[in-house]
Design a protein around this ligand. Structure first.
Ligand code: BT5
Length: 260
């Protein structure tokens, strides 16, 4: 991957701008700074290596050189999209899942922000915002995808098993640039449906552990255990607990696991 060929590969997508780095701390940090300045809608920051890549709550995200895709896409939401911003993580997840399917890999979405192949984490999404008073001025959608086996961190640092596209395909994976093009194309198509049920339905369809018993831990509170039923229209998760009550899990620092 390099800046010149990326510009060429992505030229049809009409991105707002493109910044490529051989190595960077975190593409999200760069994108947040750019978004606080003059970045246009659909500006993209991408790097071959991250030295300070992060997940939610500043957890570490590994992006070793030449092995993965790490990008941050800046969105400037239009007025009609503003009431639906909580759907953005689904929009990104669906786009990644679509690109996997193009290569015969059936991805599942572990709510809220993980993409699984064969039950193992292959990609993670980190959404951050730039505020102007009480309004969201821009969203930064950070995406990390393990393309080659060498992207997968050692098991001892992981909270959930991980894999890569190469491992799941069992052969040399497609070029990162091609995968990125597919994700961004799918993203542009799905964004058209951001305000419709079509997006929520497609997202729900791909949820991992649907119909299964799961445990959701959120911010130090007692875990919620129940059957994973589906999504609310804002993308919140709906479970049915042991008392046959519907329980809605809102976004936040939550982690979801199947129960043993
Ligand atoms: C995420 O957080 O999964 C969001 C990851 C977002 C990374 C992208 S890369 C481009 C952009 N720039 C950034 O700095 N970040 C974004 P979370 O759900 O909190 O998961 C973090 C956990 O995933 C870590 O604590 C590890 O256990 C695990 N992990 C770290 N690196 C991994 C990898 N390469 N593959 C699979 N799991 C990983």
């Amino acid at each position: 991957m390099n800046g010149h060929s990326l510009n060429k590969t992505l030229s049809n997508l009409n991105l707002g701008g493109l910044r490529y780095f051989d190595s960077i701390g975190s593409t999200n940090d760069e994108a947040l700074a750019w978004a606080a300045g003059d970045a246009k809608d659909l500006s993209l920051v991408i790097a071959d290596e991250q030295t300070q890549g992060r997940g939610r709550l500043n957890r570490k995200w590994f992006t070793p050189k030449g092995s993965a895709i790490a990008f941050s896409l800046i969105l400037r939401p239009s007025a009609p999209l503003r009431p639906h911003l909580t759907r953005t993580v689904g929009l990104a997840a669906l786009s990644i899942a679509d690109s996997c399917l193009k290569h015969g890999l059936a991805a599942r979405i572990k709510w809220p922000n993980d993409i699984l192949l064969n039950g193992k984490k292959t990609a993670g999404i980190l959404i951050e915002m730039v505020w102007s008073g009480a309004d969201v001025e821009a969203l930064v959608i950070g995406v990390g995808i393990n393309v080659h086996k060498t992207a997968v961190p050692p098991a001892e640092v992981l909270q959930f098993p991980a894999t890569s596209i190469e491992h799941e395909l069992g052969r040399e994976p497609p070029e990162c640039e091609g995968i990125l093009f597919d994700i961004l194309s799918a993203f542009l198509s799905w964004r058209e449906h951001m305000c419709t049920d079509k997006l929520i339905n497609a997202w729900e369809e791909l949820l991992a552990f649907r119909g299964k018993q799961v445990q959701v831990c959120a911010g130090g509170r007692a875990p919620v255990i129940g059957e994973l039923l589906g999504l609310e229209s804002d993308g919140s998760l709906r479970l049915r607990n042991a008392h046959d009550e519907s329980v809605i899990i809102r976004f936040g620092d939550v982690s979801l696991r199947p129960t043993a």
